[in-house]
Design a protein around this ligand. Structure first.
Ligand code: CAA
Length: 397
């Protein structure tokens, strides 16, 4: 067993950290305050090569492994959740799922532009009446010659207004398949597509979130990922990848809390000593360090399982569940340590508190992961190997 990061991992971590330092942190407080997303961040992420992480060179990617993807997510979220969300949606939910389920032709068709950042991908599963209960989606695709006609709507879609293409999950109007679901990659320029931003979010205010609508939208049949009947499995695999990026990002929030609290604890004097010398404060700092270290081990393990082509549905659910709770707890403690300053946008910890709350809802609520873990522990849920896996790392050339 080898826990060491490679030199390449360290370099990737360092460059993501620099990106967060120079391109995210200087403007984030104002963007967050104004509830505004900055589309140039996406462009800059593409130029920095971040959008090609985890994608093999033969499809135009950086040929870096899946642990690298986690490291980038951790460092970006140390800057702000909105930047990590871009990685979760574009790289995790969209590109990794395409890498897992696409035919060779589909991967060559779409991945090079996605990896270079020329195009941005997003994901659509959730609907107004189907969040946790994903099986009950209503968006429907009906076969018509060599196309499918799609009608319906998706909500809480990150990058709804910016993404060039979406991986969407639909029901099938008519099919012989046992599970009547399908997954499509669709272009936003398809007639019948529209989007609308969602306003008034508690957190991730510098991130774009919206609704997308499909009205008699004709999508070519060769844009289907997998076969008729595979749609729900494609959705669940996408969540295996998205949850990984969220779990890694949660560690970044905890680190950001420590980044804020350590100098504050040393500078803030109460009586004759800095508050860092007070044992109740130390207890909160220790708890943050515990969350960060456990969180890293959990997501590194999932990254290793992805690299080696193992199914990791149970492990990624655990990592996402544990890390997101730890991040929210750390942010709550960071607010506590800062006292009244923690309640003010003058300090970043109130943003960490709001942002970390969202991660306990999206990509599987706290309750869904609790149930999933209980079902695995009780033997009600099986982890049989999957028919489709991500390419193992090192990638074939
Ligand atoms: N990969 C591939 N296939 C999978 C899979 C995976 N990870 N997980 C399950 N499957 C397969 C199963 O093997 C099964 O196939 P068979 O019938 O052939 O065996 C099929 O998919 C159905 O699986 P389950 O029986 O496990 O399905 P379920 O109905 O029990 O699932 C649930 C229940 C786990 C709670 C699931 O509905 C779930 O995860 N819900 C939460 C949805 C969620 O996280 N939504 C978040 C929305 S996306 C988002 O948040 C992103 C964003 O904002 C941008």
């Amino acid at each position: 067993m080898d826990f060491a990061l490679t030199q390449e991992h360290e370099l990737i971590r360092e460059s993501a950290q620099k990106f967060a330092e120079h391109e995210i942190k200087p403007t984030i407080a104002e963007l967050d305050l104004q509830h505004t997303s900055d589309p140039t961040t996406l462009k800059k992420m593409g130029e920095a090569g971040l959008l090609g992480i985890g994608i093999p060179a033969k499809y135009g990617g950086t040929d870096t492994d899946y642990i690298s993807l986690g490291l980038v997510c951790e460092e970006l979220e140390r800057g702000d959740t909105s930047a990590r969300v871009v990685m979760s949606v574009h790289s995790g939910l969209h590109c990794m799922t395409l890498l897992q389920w696409g035919t060779e032709e589909q991967k060559h068709r779409w991945l090079p532009d996605l990896a270079s950042g020329k195009k941005v991908g997003a994901f659509g599963l959730t609907e107004p009446n189907a969040g946790s209960d994903a099986i009950n989606i209503k968006t429907v695709a009906k076969k018509d010659g060599d196309h499918y006609v799609i009608n319906g709507q998706k909500t809480w879609i990150s990058l709804a207004d910016y993404a060039d293409q979406f991986l969407i999950i639909t029901k099938l109007a008519e099919t012989d398949a046992k599970a009547p679901y399908a997954a499509f990659i669709m272009d936003r320029n398809t007639p019948g597509f529209s989007s609308r931003p969602l306003k008034g979010k508690l957190g991730v205010r510098a991130g774009n979130t919206g609704e997308i609508f499909f009205q008699d939208m004709r999508v070519p049949a060769d844009c289907m990922l997998g076969q008729e009947g595979d749609g729900f499995k494609v959705a669940m695999s996408a969540l295996d990848h998205g949850r990984y990026t969220v779990a890694a990002g949660a560690v970044g929030i905890i680190t950001a809390c420590l980044d804020a609290c350590v100098p504050y604890c040393n500078d803030r004097i109460v009586g004759t000593e800095p508050i860092g010398k007070k044992q109740l404060v130390q207890q909160m700092i220790a708890s943050m360090a515990k969350g960060r270290d456990i969180g890293r081990l959990l997501y590194y393990q999932v990254g290793w399982m992805k690299n080696t082509g193992q199914r990791h549905t149970r492990e990624v659910s655990m990592a996402k569940w544990v890390n997101c709770e730890a991040a929210f707890d750390a942010a709550n403690k960071a607010v506590e340590i800062h006292g009244a300053y923690g309640f003010s946008a003058e300090f970043p910890v109130e943003r960490y508190f709001r942002n970390s709350r969202g991660a306990m809802i999206y990509e599987g609520t706290h309750e869904i992961h609790t149930l999933v873990q209980a079902e695995y522990a009780l033997g009600y849920r099986s982890d049989k190997p999957l028919a489709q896996n991500l390419p193992t790392y090192p990638f074939e050339s």
